[in-house]
Write a protein that binds this ligand. Sequence first.
Ligand SMILES: Nc1ncnc2c1ncn2[C@@H]1O[C@H](COP(=O)(O)OP(=O)(O)O)[C@@H](O)[C@H]1O
Ligand SMILES: [Mg+2]
Length: 444
Amino acid sequence: MVDTTNSWLLSRVSARLITALLGGGLGWWFGTHIGYPATTSVFVGAAAVLSLTVFDTLKGYKLLDWLRTPEAETPNLPGLWGEVGHRIYRVLRNKDMQLAEEQRRLQQFLSAIQASPNGLLLLDENEHITWISDAAADHFGLDPVRDLRQRVTNLIRQPAFVQYLQSRDYKDPVKCLMPRGMQGFISVQARRYGDGQTLILSQDITERERADNMRRDFVANVSHEIRTPLTVLSGFIETLASLPLTEVERTKVIGLMSQQADRMQTLVADLLTLAQIEGSPRPASDRWTPIASLMRRLQVDAEGLSRGRHPLTFTIDSQGREVELAGVESEWISAMGNLVSNAIRYTPDGGSVDVRWACLPEGGGEFSVRDGGIGIEAEHIPRLTERFYRVDSSRSRGTGGTGLGLSIVKHVVQRHGGEMRITSEPGRGSTFSIQVPAARVKAH
Ligand SMILES: Nc1ncnc2c1ncn2[C@@H]1O[C@H](COP(=O)(O)OP(=O)(O)O)[C@@H](O)[C@H]1O
Ligand SMILES: [Mg+2]
C-alpha cells in the first residue's frame, strides 16, 4: 500500500517536473525570439504550462469526484472532460436502464412463481435455503426472510422429508405432513439443477387425500352393507337346499329372504340415485311442478308407510295461490319423500308428523317436516348427511333404512340452490326443512 502510494506520488511529481521543463523550454524559445530575457521567458513559460495542466487536472478531479458519487449531479465541464463526462454518463445511464429492465423481469418472474398454488424452495449445494416462495413457506411452516441461509433439514425435521432429501432418489414425490396445527398433507418433489443446487416443489394434497379416504370408506361401507343381507340370503338358501321344511316353514323362510332381497334392492336404488345426482349437470329452472301434486304424492306414500299409526297432516300455506317449484320433479320427490319417511320411521306409534309448504314473504319457500319422534342428540346433527351415517344403526336397518337418505336430500337441495336445516330435541322430535330460493318458486 505504502509502495503504491509512493510510486503514485513519484509519478505525479515527475510528471509535473517534465511539464514544467517542457513549459520552461517552450517559454525560453518563444521569449528569447521576441526579445525577452531568458530567465523570465523560462519562468513565465513553465508557470503558464503548469497552471494550464493544473487547471486541467482540477477538471479531471471534478469528474472523478462525480464518478465516486454517481448519484450527485453530472458536472458541467467544458471541452474534452465534458465530452468524457457526457459519454460516461450515457454508458452509466444505459447500464442503469438495462439493470432496471432486468430487475423488472426478475420481479415478474418471481411474482409468477408466487402466484402458483404450488410451493418452491431453492437450496444451495450445502442444502442451505436460498429462496422460499410464499406457498412453500405456508406448506413447510417457514419464514421467507428469517429462514434464508439456514440448513433446510434444521428447519424441516420430518423424518419422511429428511430421508427423502438424503436418499438423493428424487424420481417420485414423497408425502409429508403439513406443519403442526394445519392438519393437511403435501406432496414434495425434489430436483437437482445447476452445480449441485436443489429445487423443492410442494403441492397441497389435503383435498385429494380426503377424497381418496372418502372413496375408500365408501367402498368399504357399500361392501359391508351388501355383505350382510347377502350372508343372510345364502344361509337361507343353504337351509332350503339341505333341510326338509314344512310348507309353513318354507313360506316363512322365503318371506325372510324376500325381505333381505328388498333391502339390497333399496340400497342399490339409493346408490344409483346418488351416483346419478352427482354425475348430472345442475337442473334447469324452467321445468315446473305444482306443489299441490307433489304434496298429494307424498301423502299417499306416507299413508302407505305409516298404515294409520301416526296422525299425519299435510298443509300448503300459500294464501290461496297456486305454487309451482322449478327443477327435476323426481329429485324433489326423492328429497321430500326421504324426509317424510324418516319422520314416520323415527316416530313411535301415535306421534304426529306434520308436513308443510309455506311461501315466504321475501320470496321463495320452505318445505318442512316436523315430527314428535325420538329426536337427535346435538352432536350427531352435523354428521347426519354423511353417507351411511346413522345415529342408531339397528333402528335404521330395522325400518328399511340405508343410511343414504339424508345425503341424497342434501345433494338434491344444493343442486337446486336451496339449503337444508335441521333442529331437534332428543325425546321431543325433530324438524327437517328445505329452503327453496325465490328463483325456483312461482306463485300465481
Ligand atoms: N326424523 C328423524 N328423527 C330422528 N332421527 C332421524 C330422523 N331423520 C333421520 N334421523 C337419523 O339420521 C340418520 C340418517 O338418516 P338417513 O340418511 O335418512 O338414513 P336412514 O336410511 O337410516 O334413514 C338416521 O339413521 C337416523 O339416525
Ligand atoms: Mg332415510
